[in-house]
Design a protein around this ligand. Structure first.
Ligand SMILES: Cc1ncc(C[n+]2csc(CCOP(=O)(O)OP(=O)(O)O)c2C)c(N)n1
Ligand SMILES: [Mg+2]
Length: 353
């Protein structure tokens, strides 16, 4: 059966094996730690902001930080990132302000950015539809003779979508410099992996597209980094796309609107929460003598402060003009738009601007 357990031997690991990676010294280890703490803090604060009514529905990514930080660390700044909603805050690792991502979750236009400013595409909510976009961009890089590659993030559920197959096949056929990064958290809202596929592993799907597939422990930031670094090297060498299956288990609700107690294995969640990825990495760094409590506290305090400023900035944005709801859709807008907008302004009154 396709259901996979974290203890399975074929998952690539670094932390639990106490391996050290070539080219990864103290500074690199601490950079990765800072990225993970930034993401963890973003996520935990966002849940609080949601409960306080300060942001809308939010897709929690608690315990997905190793997958996001480890993979982005293997990229160069001119490589492109195509996130799904689960990676909403990944732009922070490219210097995007927290207020931008918080504004996105507030449904405010200040949450839109120009993808070319960060080489980070828009956050994709329709499952897997960004996979062909990423494949196309990567192919374009190849056609232009540029050395940059692209990475696209999606979940286990996305592998059942047509767009995933189209994008993967296209990347394979065109030998596009693309990394297909699957966060296999074993749930697509309430649909378990066992109902998603009869394939033994998701990485097996790579064979059908003529690309290598690798399975890593998604809670091990260094294993993720190592696998992505290899995929990036392949892409740059002109050897085409790679598929990475990062295996984890969703340790939080799908999103703030979800109550997983109706379907999830709560004992398993409890186990996963004990083995969460930031704590595992901290313990590894402490074993190596690279991280001490004062340094860790400093990194956490810096991230907390960034978030405090981020939410204040997002909340200070003036209300958006309702006209934006109608803009950018038609070259010649239908006549009814004018009266619709007038009605909307009337309903919103002073509140809508
Ligand atoms: C095309 C499409 N169909 C359905 C949905 C509703 N939906 C939102 S999240 C989700 C589950 C996706 O699961 P997975 O791909 O495993 O990603 P995860 O949320 O676990 O990161 C679904 C079905 C959607 N957003 N887009
Ligand atoms: Mg999933």
């Amino acid at each position: 059966m396709a259901q996979v357990a974290q203890g399975e031997p074929e998952l690539r690991r670094v932390i639990d094996e106490d391996r050290e990676l070539d080219g990864v010294g103290e500074q690199e280890l601490l950079d990765l730690y800072r990225s993970m703490v930034l993401l963890r803090t973003y996520d935990e604060r966002s849940l609080v902001y949601h409960r306080q009514g300060r942001i809308g529905t939010y897709a929690i990514f608690w315990n997905h930080e190793a997958m996001q930080a480890g993979s982005v660390y293997a990229l160069a700044d001119d490589d492109w990132i195509f996130p799904s909603y689960r990676e909403s805050a990944i732009g922070l690792l490219r210097g995007m302000a927290p207020s931008t991502v918080l504004s996105w979750w507030r449904g405010h236009p200040a949450g839109w950015w120009n993808p070319a400013d960060y080489n980070v595409a828009s956050i994709c909510v329709p499952i897997a539809t960004h996979v062909p976009h990423a494949a196309g961009l990567a192919w374009g890089k190849k056609l232009k003779g540029e050395h940059a590659c692209a990475i696209v993030y999606f979940g286990d559920g996305a592998t059942s979508e047509g767009a995933f197959h189209e994008g993967a096949n296209f990347a394979g056929v065109m030998q596009a410099p693309l990394i297909l990064f699957c966060n296999n958290n074993q749930w697509a809202i309430s649909t378990p992996l066992s109902a998603q596929t009869r394939a033994e592993t998701l990485a097996d799907k790579a064979v059908g597209y003529g690309m290598p597939g690798v399975r890593v422990d998604g809670g091990d930031v260094l294993a993720v980094y190592e696998a992505t670094r290899e995929a990036v090297a392949r892409a740059r060498a002109g050897d085409g796309p790679s598929f990475i299956e990062a295996v984890t288990y969703r340790a939080a609700p799908h999103a703030t609107a979800d109550d997983p107690r109706a379907y999830i294995d709560l004992e398993r969640v409890e186990e996963e929460r004990k083995r969460e990825c930031v704590g595992r990495y901290e313990a590894y760094l402490e074993r190596l003598g690279v991280l001490d409590p004062a340094h860790a506290e400093g990194v956490r305090a810096e991230a907390q402060e960034l978030m405090r400023r981020g939410i204040a900035q997002a909340e200070a944005e003036p209300p958006p003009d309702p006209e934006l709801l109608f803009a950018h859709a038609y070259a010649d807008p239908p006549a009814s738009f004018g009266s619709d907008l007038e009605e909307l302004r009337r309903i919103l009154g002073g509140a809508g601007g």
